[in-house]
Design a protein around this ligand. Structure first.
Ligand code: FNR
Length: 363
């Protein structure tokens, strides 16, 4: 039994889990594309954003960390990004993750490539999951997947557009990663898209998502639709024009393209390119509540975390994910108090000391 109370930061969770994980699986989670440089750069880029507190409050402090997204109240602006398949790190996989998110009042975004079938995950956390869509095989399959997600009770659809092609994950390859026996793709199986053994590489062929596909997907769901994997302002604008309800600035945790811009450097320009009411979220490299506060100050409505909750899940299932969320919530609340604000809505660019040096070299 791991004593999680001795882990005082998300990085402590990383170190503890990496020390006990199977080497190849550890590397699969940690790794990125090519040199893995972007994985580190996503986190390091937050160090180039400096906060400027006012210390003094306008009113007596009545701290409120909640945010509302698509009519849904969240306890604080940190959500769980889709990762697949979580059975790699813990037998309870997405069920534990969804339960932890629900118990802490945040949303878990569930991958099309989940180990457990999506209906089981929704049942574990009713109303607290969004469904992340990968386009498989044909429009007919995509349509069936959307209908399935809606009928199960997804609260929103997230279309990932930056992982259509297999990435060159060299460190993962070098570690000899293979999908272990017993790990499955329950949602794809429930949909009849996967039959027989899952591919040992863990990769399935996805359809590249075109602008036309995105428009077509928009027309096929009434749920809030978010596009994940947007980095260019012009693309964010185009997503808004074709009816997307939200944008997730993401580089897939550095797992797709070596040399891609760290997400926090891409954030402001994307925020500036869309209407103020259009929610922009960010993921990639968030390892503490301070980074979440920086992203929110630069215009993100919320951030998502990927690897950090997998470390918690790997160490202690649902309880581990809850502890990671508790740490991030406490750090975020502390940042608000130290900055001199009571509500998340007050956190704006005036709290950032100077504009981040966009595309600056990462130490
Ligand atoms: C991912 N990510 C991901 N994204 C997605 O849209 N669908 C998926 O199935 C997966 N699978 C996946 C597996 C693993 C092991 C990782 C680490 C990541 C990307 C994920 O949603 C998110 O963009 C990044 O993880 C965010 O970066 P951090 O928080 O891990 O630095």
């Amino acid at each position: 039994m791991t004593d999680l109370d001795t882990l005082l930061s998300v990085t402590d969770f990383e170190q503890r889990w990496m020390a006990k994980a199977d080497r190849a699986i550890g590397q699969y989670v940690a790794g990125g594309a090519g040199t893995d440089r972007v994985v580190a750069a996503n986190t390091a880029a937050f160090d180039d954003v400096w906060l400027q507190p006012r210390g003094l409050h306008d009113h007596p402090v009545n701290l409120d960390t909640t945010v509302t997204l698509f009519g849904q109240r969240q306890a604080f602006p940190v959500m769980l990004a889709p990762t697949s398949p979580q059975r790699l790190v813990h037998p309870d996989a997405e069920l534990a993750t969804a339960r932890a998110a629900a118990s802490r009042g945040v949303v878990s975004i569930v991958s099309t490539d989940s180990h457990y079938p999506y209906p089981d995950i929704v049942a574990a956390a009713p109303g607290r999951t969004w469904f992340q869509l990968f386009a498989y095989r044909s429009r007919r399959d995509v349509e069936a997947t959307l209908e399935f997600a809606e009928s199960c009770g997804a609260a929103a659809i997230v279309v990932t557009v930056d992982a259509s092609f297999a990435a060159r994950r060299l460190s993962t390859q070098r570690a000899g990663y293979r999908l272990p026996a017993g790990v499955d793709y329950g949602t794809l199986r429930a949909l009849g898209i996967l039959r027989g053994d899952p591919p040992s590489s863990g990769r399935h062929d996805k359809l590249p998502v075109t602008w036309d596909d995105l428009r077509w997907i928009r027309g096929r769901t009434e749920l809030p639709l978010l596009v994940k994997g947007v980095l260019r302002p012009v693309d964010a604008r185009r997503c808004v024009d074709l009816g997307a309800d939200g944008t997730i600035v993401s580089n897939h945790g550095g797992r797709q393209l070596d040399g891609v811009v760290p997400t926090v450097f891409a954030l402001e320009a994307v925020v500036d390119s869309v209407p103020a009411e259009h929610p922009v979220l960010l993921d990639g490299g968030v390892r503490c509540g301070i980074s979440a506060a920086k992203a929110v100050a630069l215009g993100a409505r919320a951030v998502c975390i990927g690897r950090p909750y997998l470390w918690g899940l790997g160490l202690a299932g649902q309880h581990g994910v809850e502890r990671v969320l508790d740490l991030l919530r406490d750090e975020f609340a502390d940042a608000m108090l130290q900055l001199g604000i009571s509500t998340v809505g007050e956190l704006d660019r005036s709290f950032v000391a100077e504009p981040p040096r966009r595309y600056a070299a990462i130490r």
